[in-house]
Design a protein around this ligand. Structure first.
Ligand code: DOR
Ligand code: ZN
Length: 448
């Protein structure tokens, strides 16, 4: 593959695309949206307007393209489980136009050249913007901070750093990282887990784990890091983002930090909103994840926090694993679940179909807020004339069954196998390019 010498590609699709019979944010009468050279040029076009391609939205909901701050695409190193191309296809089928791919690849994403290779591979494929996340410490070893500046100014323009999969345990390293990040204006995302409290743990520490004979991961392991990092952010003045918040206590601590004016943001995964550790009674390795599935009251607190804005956004933590890593004894199963292709359906099920929230709110927590937190231009924008055409069409009344084997992801480890859902992404548009049509992702544009 050849990379262009300068500048990110961020290609726009030349020509015109027309989306007829769509309802922006699920509100009002259906309209026809006209897109020219990757930009929305008319929100009230005639259905007969000339266009190179036309998509019939069939009265479905039009949302801004979704943005996922937290995925694992496994390239480089574990291309047998996911690649930038298959991960982009899973993203497009899930309605995403931008994802942030975590740094726990092999080798670890701790140098500009690695980050640039991920960014350009994503751009060459042209199915989803894949933004590499740099690691906070070299080799994820927690000892030496990486060159944030060089990665931020590389062609990949790395804007988020995280050791996700592992916590930055050492408070002094975290302090120095925050001070450095402040100078570079980049975001640090913390996988909050005090590893001294979770040694050998495979499940939430509670009644279910005790009954099943599984080693427990207590809430305090997460919460103690959340409060520590909030205080470090307060005193050393940089933003901290909390990955995959999973407990009632974390919700309370994030609310407290925000009430103090501390620049803390937090995400929650669809699986921590929907599933509990009751699932573990099957001993199915597909339910193993870090942090672990918690209890009912945690899901209730997390849902309310997302509605209230205490938790800012949804992120999938899409974590593909091979079947040999999942179809084994529970304690040997690798932690992680697929998420890209089911997230919108899960969020619609919990919040929209129940009447707790509307599609405009979904646009906020799955597109606008994440783009804002990462300060990503061109994504999470309003559906308006002059804006980049990053869009997704959702059929709110679909009826479909999740099947790992049918997903675009190279892996099959969905925790929703056989579950029925009622909302489905039909179409995704990335800067005017159709990246998903009729629920099927596009092929890569060019892999020279
Ligand atoms: O369940 C998880 N899987 N949690 C993480 O933090 C890392 C991820 C992975 O890389 O598989
Ligand atoms: Zn993760």
């Amino acid at each position: 593959m050849t990379f262009p010498a300068t500048g990110p590609l961020s290609a726009v699709e030349p020509g015109t695309l027309k989306l007829i019979d769509v309802r922006p944010y699920g509100e009002g009468d259906p309209v026809t949206v006209l897109i020219k050279d990757g930009v929305i040029v008319d929100l009230n076009a005639s259905a007969d307007a000339d266009a190179d391609r036309t998509i019939d939205g069939r009265g479905n909901v039009l949302l801004p393209g979704l943005v996922d701050m937290h995925v694992h695409l496994r390239e480089p190193g574990r291309e047998d489980t996911e690649t930038i191309v298959t991960g982009s296809q899973a993203a497009a089928q899930g309605g995403f136009t931008a994802v942030f791919s975590m740094a726990n690849t092999m080798p670890v994403m701790d140098q500009p050249v690695l980050a640039e290779s991920v960014w350009f591979k994503g751009q060459h494929a042209g199915i989803c913007d894949v933004h590499p996340v740099g690691s906070i410490t070299k080799g994820l070893e927690g000892k030496e901070i990486t060159e944030f500046g060089m990665m931020a100014t590389s062609q990949a323009k790395v804007r988020m750093f995280s050791d996700d999969g592992k916590c930055v345990d050492d408070p002094l390293i975290m302090r120095r990282a925050l001070e450095y990040a402040k100078g570079q204006d980049v975001l640090l995302a913390q996988h909050a887990e005090d590893s001294r409290l979770t040694g050998g743990a495979v499940a939430h520490e509670g009644e279910t784990a005790a009954r099943l004979g599984l080693r427990g991961w207590p809430r305090v392991a997460e919460e103690s890091i959340v409060v520590r990092d909030a205080l470090l952010a307060r005193d050393y003045g940089n933003r901290v983002h909390i990955c995959h918040a999973s407990t009632t206590g974390t919700v309370e601590l994030v609310a407290w930090a925000k009430s103090q004016g501390i620049e803390l943001s937090a995400e929650v995964t669809p699986h921590h909103l929907l599933l509990t550790d009751e699932k573990l009674t099957t001993y199915d390795g597909n339910y193993r994840v870090n942090p672990p599935l918690r209890e009912e009251h945690d899901t209730v607190a997390l849902r309310q926090a997302l509605l209230d804005g205490v938790i800012d956004c949804v992120a999938t933590d899409h974590a593909p694993h091979g079947s040999e890593e999942k179809c084994c004894e529970f304690e040997h199963a690798r932690p992680g679940m697929l998420g890209l292709e089911t997230s919108l359906a899960v969020i619609a099920e919990i919040f929209v179909h129940s009447g707790l929230a509307d599609w405009r709110w979904v646009a906020k927590v799955m597109s606008e807020r994440p783009a804002e937190i990462v300060r990503l231009p061109g994504q999470g924008r309003p559906i308006a004339v002059g804006e980049p055409a990053n869009l997704t069409i959702v059929d709110p009344g679909a009826s479909w069954t999740a099947r790992g084997a049918e997903m675009a992801s190279k892996s099959e480890n969905t925790p929703y196998e056989g579950m029925e859902f009622g909302a489905k992404v039909t179409t995704t548009v990335l800067r005017g390019r159709l990246t998903c049509v009729d629920g099927v992702a596009a092929e890569p544009r060019e892999m020279a």
